[in-house]
Design a protein around this ligand. Structure first.
Ligand code: TXA
Ligand code: MG
Length: 333
């Protein structure tokens, strides 16, 4: 769209652009966001255009302070207060009934708005300076891998936005966990940067969304987070059999020797640390995708803590090629 995209740490520049209704990519602790004034429909509409995201897929609204969150919602239950105290700023998004400040476009017409306070000093400072909250999805084209560095954003949205605020590599590396309530019961809509094990002592057991009630729809599109290279999930050594190692990539938790050319096997953590694995995950997937191999083989992570959120992304990345005809009509990006 004819921008000379610049990357830097100029908060005044970012602030001025956002006040003019422009888009700015901003760092958060989870992934980079593509931000615009959440109270201005024309500004938020540009997000959908630039991301090529369907309009039925709503946006998360970000602000800097719990008092300001309360202006965005029409109800603030004690459970939300408890989660906010324990987790904000941080990788948790709450789905709550929206106030009239939030335009229809941002929630895709839903009576609920997704809100969070991100934990990144630059973006928190930016939010403090702005008189409005920021709507921000992950700063990737719809359906592709989420960006965890400013360079990832530039590689895909360069030329389409004026400015990328560079806050370094994202510390958590996976999108926020999304929680809401259905008939008073807490529901997990998307696994993410805060594991369910940390939330359940506060919320009680987290349920699944009711099938008919899936919102438009937190992390629920079958194909998602997808590299262009086919990704296959399973036991690495069995998957490797019969494949050409020269044309194959491997994504594992710990290092192993698989007989692939250097750089084609990426281990997410030398000692199997799931936090480190989460932090490295999207960048590793991008690196392997850029090699244009025949396939990327990935092993499931241990089914605990952040391992479950990584497995969720791996399954969606794998679903890209398989599940297209069966996709639910609701979706995420
Ligand atoms: O960590 C994150 O959450 C990042 C950073 C930038 O904050 N954002 C992010 O946004 O991952 P996005 O748009 O890529 O994913 C947000 C998810 C989508 O699946 C969307 O459908 C869901 O949240 N969502 C947003 N608003 C919603 C609403 N009002 N009702 C139901 N789902 C909603
Ligand atoms: Mg996304």
């Amino acid at each position: 769209m004819g921008y000379l995209t610049q990357t830097g740490t100029d908060l005044l520049r970012a602030e001025a652009l956002l006040r003019e209704g422009e888009l700015v990519a901003v760092p958060t602790e989870t992934v980079y966001g593509l931000a615009a004034d959440a109270t201005r429909p024309q500004a938020a509409a540009r997000i959908f255009e630039v991301k090529q995201r369907p309009r039925f897929n709503p946006l998360i609204v970000h602000t800097d302070h719990p008092e300001r969150v309360r202006e965005l919602v029409s109800e603030w239950p004690p459970e939300a207060e408890a989660l906010a105290k324990a987790c904000w700023p941080g990788p948790l998004t709450l789905l709550l009934p929206r106030s009239s400040r939030i335009p229809d476009l941002v929630t895709a017409g839903s009576p609920r708005v997704a809100v969070r306070i991100p934990d990144h000093p630059l973006t928190l400072e930016l939010l403090r300076r702005l008189p409005f909250p920021l709507a921000a999805p992950s700063a990737n084209p719809f359906g592709y891998i989420s960006p965890t560095t400013a360079a990832h954003v530039a590689a895909q949205l360069g030329g389409r936005i004026p400015y990328i605020l560079d806050g370094g590599p994202a510390r958590v590396g996976l999108e926020s966990t999304i929680i809401g309530w259905e008939a008073g019961q807490p529901v997990l809509y998307r696994q993410g940067g805060i594991p369910a094990e940390v939330l359940e002592p506060i919320t009680g057991p987290l349920g699944q969304p009711a099938p008919g009630l899936k919102p438009q729809a937190a992390g629920m599109l079958g194909s998602h987070y997808a590299p262009a290279t086919p990704l296959i999930l399973g036991d690495l050594r069995s998957l490797l059999r019969g494949r050409n190692p020269q044309r194959t990539g491997i994504l594992s938790l710990r290092p192993g020797s698989y007989g692939l050319p250097p750089g084609q096997a990426i281990a997410l953590s030398a000692d199997g640390d799931l936090r480190e694995a989460a932090q490295q995950f999207f960048a590793a997937l991008r690196t392997l995708d850029a090699l244009h191999l025949e396939a990327i083989l990935a092993e499931p992570m241990p089914d605990t803590g952040l391992g479950r959120a990584i497995n969720d992304r791996l399954r969606r990345a794998q679903a890209e090629r398989k599940a297209a005809p069966d996709l639910p009509s609701d979706s995420v990006s």
